[in-house]
Design a protein around this ligand. Structure first.
Ligand SMILES: NC(=O)c1ccc[n+]([C@@H]2O[C@H](COP(=O)([O-])OP(=O)(O)OC[C@H]3O[C@@H](n4cnc5c(N)ncnc54)[C@H](OP(=O)(O)O)[C@@H]3O)[C@@H](O)[C@H]2O)c1
Length: 281
């Protein structure tokens, strides 16, 4: 089978299209014939050598969509369409591949009406968005600010908050005028909660702590893969129901074939598209 593997974590030139043996199903895993893989900033972080826990050579790709070929039992019958995320492409081989063996707990059936390419870009952004909202204590009637409307997470938080009854669901772009507009709409009210989970605009920041004190605000961190299983199940339930009703719509910016993975990653990081970049497999 063809797979896009990082031979070393040295940037785009470390990627190589390789021919490998199809994985065997073992340890209760489910064999998927991959249809599409989401391209995320974490893939770029790993490829750039900025995630020391990952070890090369490694097939990248933390999320994707596929068709069950074997091992799904009655929960995921042969031929059913599924989407997934998990430790793939980080601690073990990932989704940039024609076949992948995936744990059952990583899988979610793709709702009817959601195509494979859109589904491949749903798991990381929408699970992160939904669980981060829950962690922040979001309820209907609250105001949410999710920076970067064109970013997958920023867009998913904004869509989910709106669909779940936010008073205001505010976002921003690197366009200064829009950021001012977001502030004028009421970002940083009393008792606010700031969840920090990404580093698109770099890793260090300076804050005036009295802004937190006077506003009775708090800051939290978030790691998708560290959230408990119950939080995953709850988030998937919410997301699937909203996908089925059409209240949220995943946005795909552009697709690339597997062989052009380096171009896809460059487009995501340097092109700053509106929506998810997806590899078709
Ligand atoms: N902790 C976790 O578990 C977790 C889970 C998922 C994602 N993440 C992280 O969250 C971040 C966002 O993920 P994503 O999938 O939404 O990424 P994405 O689709 O690439 O979006 C990132 C957005 O950030 C904005 N941006 C980029 N560079 C910027 C800069 N220098 N200054 C200000 N804004 C800038 C851009 O929007 P505009 O050009 O429109 O402003 C861009 O569209 C990434 O760092 C990712 O690794 C963390």
């Amino acid at each position: 089978m063809r797979a896009m593997r990082a031979e070393r974590f040295s940037g785009y030139e470390g990627l190589k299209l390789v021919d490998l043996q199809k994985p065997a199903v073992s340890d209760g895993k489910v064999l998927l014939r991959m249809t599409a893989a989401g391209v995320t900033p974490l893939d770029h972080t790993i490829l750039s050598g900025q995630f020391p826990l990952a070890k090369a050579p490694l097939i990248l790709g933390g999320e994707g969509a596929g068709v069950v070929e074997e091992g799904g039992g009655t929960d995921f019958p042969v031929g059913s369409r599924v989407m997934f995320t998990g430790p793939y492409g980080v601690f073990e081989d990932g989704a940039y591949s024609e076949w992948l063996a995936v744990r059952k707990e990583s899988l979610c059936p793709i709702p009817e009406g959601v195509d494979n390419v859109s589904a491949a870009g749903i798991p990381v952004a929408y699970l992160t968005a939904q669980m981060a909202l829950a962690l922040a204590g979001f309820q209907a009637g609250k105001t949410v600010l999710a920076p970067a409307i064109g970013g997958s997470v920023g867009n998913a938080v904004t869509q989910l908050a709106r669909a779940l009854g936010a008073k205001h669901a505010i976002s921003s772009t690197t366009n200064h005028a829009k950021a001012e507009q977001a502030r004028a709409l009421g970002a940083l009210a009393l008792d606010g909660s700031l969840t920090t989970l990404g580093y698109a605009a770099s890793r260090t920041a300076t804050i005036d702590v009295t802004n937190l004190i006077w506003q009775r605000a708090n800051i939290k961190s978030f790691i998708l893969f560290a959230r408990p299983q119950a939080a995953w199940a709850e988030a998937w339930n919410t997301i699937v129901a909203l996908l089925q009703s059409g209240a949220i719509k995943p946005i795909v910016a552009k697709t690339f074939p597997l062989a052009e993975t380096a171009d896809a990653l460059r487009y995501l990081v340097e092109g700053r598209p509106f929506g998810r970049v997806v590899l078709t497999i």
